[in-house]
Design a protein around this ligand. Structure first.
Ligand SMILES: [Zn+2]
Length: 211
């Protein structure tokens, strides 16, 4: 746990996360969550994040924010809020990093679907990897794409009875696949989670869309 303080996401990525959250619960909801975080005794990094040039969310701050949502909206309600925040955050991520990810280039858009889905996922992994300073590995097998984080910003230090708690990234990945496939629904499942004694947080995305 000694590494907690040094792990943080960039200011840009922190803002993407908060913008997604704000879209779901409004500014007052985000402020209520930040106040709850403050009351829980976890740091003001989260609070300064709205200020120009200010704060980066630490992993600890992110996890506290998600916990605050559970306190404010109940466990299941909080999970729903975080999942939908992840989905909503995708478009802010696209706005901020889309050019860098080369997702609007013709060359990318002309790729055959399977390659396009995978290439965008790899690009998304690189962005999160860089901006959260933690490795993301993307792999695939015959039936699924696999997204793996060995040091997950979304659940660091958490322990849960559930099989997985990383709803934000689940939502973000769901929305990415919907966007890249023109609105189809790909099931994203957290197969392994560090909060549930997993070695890493591992997400499996079925290559077969549900619709
Ligand atoms: Zn996790």
């Amino acid at each position: 746990m000694t590494t907690l303080k040094s792990c943080h996401c960039s200011h840009e990525l922190s803002q993407v996360l908060l913008a997604g959250m704000q879209e779901i619960v409004g500014q007052s909801g985000v402020m209520a969550a930040l106040n709850t975080v403050s009351l829980m005794g976890s740091k003001d990094e989260a609070l300064t994040c709205f200020e120009p040039g200010g704060g980066n969310l630490t992993f600890e701050g992110i996890v506290s924010l998600f916990k605050a949502m559970e306190q404010l909206y109940g466990i299941r309600g909080g999970h729903g809020v975080v999942l939908r925040s992840g989905k909503a955050a995708f478009k802010y991520l696209l706005r901020r990093f889309g050019v860098q990810m080369r997702l609007s280039e013709l060359e990318y858009r002309l790729l055959p679907a399977p390659q396009r889905l995978k290439a965008g996922l790899v690009a998304l992994g690189e962005i999160l990897s860089f901006h959260c300073n933690t490795p993301v590995q993307v792999a695939e097998n015959e039936s699924a794409w696999i997204w793996r984080m060995d040091q997950c910003p979304w659940c660091l230090g958490r322990q849960s009875e559930e099989s997985g708690v990383c709803y934000f990234i689940t939502g973000l990945l769901q929305e990415y696949f919907s966007w890249v496939s023109g609105g189809r629904y790909y099931e994203v499942r957290e197969a392994e989670c560090q909060a549930a004694s997993g070695l890493a947080c591992v997400f499996q995305i079925s290559k077969q869309p549900l619709d």
